[in-house]
Design a binder for this molecule. Sequence first.
Ligand SMILES: NC(=O)c1ccc[n+]([C@@H]2O[C@H](COP(=O)([O-])OP(=O)(O)OC[C@H]3O[C@@H](n4cnc5c(N)ncnc54)[C@H](OP(=O)(O)O)[C@@H]3O)[C@@H](O)[C@H]2O)c1
Length: 341
Amino acid sequence: MPDQKALLLPQKQGQFVVDNWPIPSPGHGEVLIKVQATALNPVDWKMRKVGFLIDKYPAVFGWDFSGDVEVVGEGVEGFEKGDRVTGMSYPARGNGTFQQYILMPARLVVKIPPSLNYVDAASMPVGYGTAALGLLAAPPLGAGLNPSCDFSVNHAGEAAFVFGGSSSVGQFAIQILRKMKYSPIITYASARHTEFLKSLGATHVIDRAATPTSSVPDTVRALAGGAAINIAYDAISEPDTQEACFSLLSQGGVAVAIQGGEDKDVGGRKLIHIVLEAHGDGEFGEGMWKSLGRQLEEGVIVPNRTEILPNGLAGIIDGLKRMEDNGVSGVKLVALPQETS
Ligand SMILES: NC(=O)c1ccc[n+]([C@@H]2O[C@H](COP(=O)([O-])OP(=O)(O)OC[C@H]3O[C@@H](n4cnc5c(N)ncnc54)[C@H](OP(=O)(O)O)[C@@H]3O)[C@@H](O)[C@H]2O)c1
């Protein structure tokens, strides 16, 4: 096959450049996907800045994709050329999504319904997967609320809290908690996102400009009105936000953090740390991606709001800089690799 265009990082902590890059051929169980849209995640700028996760350079970053099946590898059932699909790829395995074609194991690929466009589909996998792993997977991977991901559980009357509800991950955590019928669902975000977050399932939005992190536990307990707070999802996971989420729990509750720190199990309450990269392709991951496919068909899960970056793959460079500078609020940045000149 001829070359494609890719956004390459030539060396560790170097500068991104768009260049030619070979198109791989699918092996057993794999499909080659023409990438129509790829979303940016905070981990992409962190990987470049800190130089972690990737050993081999030049490297292609990027995790979230949507696109079309181009070539079906040997032994693959259930997919054919032209299927519209989404999923999460693994840059550490030489398979980042900031390029025009990627290889994926077919077992991790999710079909998207005709009603969902490529841009919206690309906004979902990492955010949904991180929220689902932390809330649903059995311990020690997650809080264990629904390991089969069939949403047959009913937590009506129990309160839940999401720190950073307007983040990509936070938006999916709110929606997953709504599916499990938690009520109230309290979140902490900028007030301008209040109506949007209520449309996703939040019952109360604490304005983060008016309430310091140290006051969050008391505010959440007051809003819970006596209901047990058995789950807190920390989509920001700084040291002080993790402490706030842990300390607001009722006896027996679990706080889920998605960045560094030590797990805790004190006084009948737990703080756990989860990593999607480590488990998105394991047994839980396979079931979780299938559950995402079912929900997309049912149209019950809402994508992130998106902003399309200009200039194809080259536009990702500025997009990552904006994320690093905290210049992105309540939207997922999405690039269109086929529009690369
Ligand atoms: N462990 C894992 O496997 C895993 C997987 C994915 C992501 N992550 C990490 O999870 C974090 C979130 O990722 P993401 O993609 O969801 O991020 P994102 O969408 O880029 O987050 C941006 C949002 O964060 C909100 N925010 C920032 N600081 C806040 C604070 N102190 N309180 C409340 N909201 C705050 C902003 O809210 P407002 O606009 O409302 O102010 C903004 O909308 C990142 O650090 C990422 O690296 C970890």
